[in-house]
Design a protein around this ligand. Structure first.
Ligand code: UDP
Ligand code: MG
Length: 338
C-alpha cells in the first residue's frame, strides 16, 4: 500500500456550512507542511443537511479528498473510527469539522512530534472561546472526576484533536469495543505521548452537536470503559451503611432502656427512602455495565458505509471480512466492488 505522508480525518454531522472553509484551510495547511502527499478524509455521519452533497462536490474537484457516507448517524466516536479505519497516512491528524481546533497548528504539532520522537501529540485546551459557562463547567468537572476513577491516566481538558503516528493508530484500531471513548483509548495504547497546549476557537457555524443527553452518554462510556470502580460502590456503601446502622442500633437500645422508645415516623421514612435510593443507584450502575456487556456481546459492526467518493486507500480497500471486529466493517460500495 502506498501511504500518504499525512491523513487528516474529520467526522462531520450537519456541518454543511463549515465544509468549504474547512476543506480550504486544511488543504492549504497540508500543502504547506507536506506538499501534495496527503489525503483529507471527511466522514458524513448521517447528516440531515447538505453535508454529503457538499462533500461529493469537493471530492470531485480535489483528488486528495476522500468522502465517506455512513449509512446513518452512528455518533461522533464511531464516525471518527470509520475515518481512522479508512485513512492510510503515515501520520494522522484528527480534527473537528467546526474549526474550533485550528488546522494551522499542524506544522507545530509535527515539529513537536519530531523533536520529542512522540507517537501522539495531543492538543490540550488552554482557553475555550464562545462556549457556554455550563459546557465549560461540566467539561472541567467531567475530566476531573474521570481522572479520579479511571485506571488509565487520561489527560485533562483534551479532546480528539491530535496528531498520531501510524503505529499508534494501528494499535488503537486493534481495540474492538463498541462503546468507544477514543481519547481514553489512545491514552491506553501508550507509546510516547506529549501534550500540545492551544486556545480553542469558537465554532465557525452551526450549533454544538453535543446536547446534554449525548454528553451524559459520552461521560458514561468514558467511565464504564476505563474503570470498574462504580461496580465496587455497592460494597463500599454497604460497609458505610453497616457502620451507620450499628450507631442507630445503639441509639435505639439507649432509647429502649431509658423508656422513651417508640418515636416518630419521620426518621423511619428517612432511612427507608435513603436506602431505597442507594439501592436503585447501585442497581443502575450495575445496569450500565450489564447493558454495555450485552451490546458488546452482539459483535455488530461498528458502523456501515453507504457511499464513498474519492480514492480510499485505507484498510477497507484491502478486502476484509464482514462483521470481523477489529477489522473494517461491511461496505457494499467500496471502489473495487462498484
Ligand atoms: N459529530 C459527528 N456525529 C455526531 C455528533 C458530532 O460526527 O453525532 C462531529 C461534529 O460534526 C464535529 C465533532 O463531531 O465535527 C464534534 O462535535 P461538536 O463540535 O458539535 O462538539 P463540541 O465541540 O460542541 O463538543
Ligand atoms: Mg465543536
Amino acid at each position: 500500500m502506498i501511504r500518504p505522508a499525512l491523513s487528516v480525518v474529520v467526522p462531520c454531522y450537519n456541518e454543511a456550512a463549515c465544509l468549504d472553509v474547512l476543506h480550504a484551510r486544511i488543504s492549504a495547511v497540508a500543502k504547506a507542511v507536506v506538499g501534495d502527499d496527503h489525503e483529507i478524509v471527511l466522514v458524513n455521519d448521517g447528516s440531515r443537511d447538505q453535508s454529503w452533497a457538499v462533500m461529493e462536490r469537493l471530492a470531485a474537484a480535489d483528488p486528495r479528498l476522500v468522502a465517506i457516507n455512513l449509512s446513518r448517524n452512528h455518533g461522533h466516536q464511531l464516525a471518527l473510527t470509520a475515518g481512522l479505519d479508512l485513512c492510510a497516512g503515515e501520520r494522522i491528524l484528527i480534527i473537528d469539522a467546526d474549526l474550533q481546533d485550528p488546522p494551522e497548528l499542524l506544522a507545530d504539532m509535527i515539529a513537536t512530534m519530531e523533536a520529542e520522537s512522540a507517537d501522539v501529540v495531543y492538543a490540550v485546551r488552554r482557553k475555550r472561546e464562545g462556549e457556554t459557562f455550563f459546557k465549560k463547567l461540566t467539561a472541567a468537572a467531567f475530566y476531573r472526576v474521570l481522572d479520579r476513577v479511571t485506571d488509565t491516566p487520561i489527560p485533562l481538558d483534551t479532546g480528539d484533536f491530535r496528531l498520531m503516528s501510524r503505529r499508534a493508530l494501528d494499535a488503537l484500531l486493534s481495540l474492538p469495543e463498541q462503546a468507544r471513548f477514543i481519547r481514553g483509548m489512545v491514552a491506553w495504547v501508550g507509546f510516547r505521548q506529549v501534550p500540545f497546549p492551544y486556545d480553542r476557537d469558537e465554532r465557525l457555524a452551526g450549533e454544538s452537536k453535543y446536547p446534554l443527553g449525548k454528553m451524559i452518554r459520552f461521560a458514561l462510556d468514558a467511565v464504564t470503559g476505563f474503570s470498574t470502580a462504580p461496580l465496587r460502590l455497592a460494597s463500599h456503601m454497604g460497609l458505610v451503611l453497616t457502620g451507620l446502622s450499628l450507631l442507630l442500633f445503639a441509639y435505639i437500645a439507649i432509647g429502649w432502656i431509658s423508656g422513651s422508645a417508640v418515636q416518630g415516623w419521620t426518621s423511619t421514612m428517612l432511612v427507608v427512602v435513603f436506602l431505597g435510593a442507594v439501592q436503585m443507584f447501585v442497581l443502575g450502575m450495575i445496569g450500565e455495565y450489564l447493558g454495555r456487556l450485552y451490546v458488546e456481546s452482539k459483535r455488530r459492526p461498528l458502523y456501515l458505509v453507504a457511499d464513498v467518493a474519492g480514492p480510499v486507500k485505507g484498510r477497507a480497500s484491502l478486502g476484509y471480512r464482514a462483521g470481523d471486529r477489529g477489522d473494517v466493517t461491511v461496505s457494499p460500495v467500496l471502489p473495487e466492488q462498484q
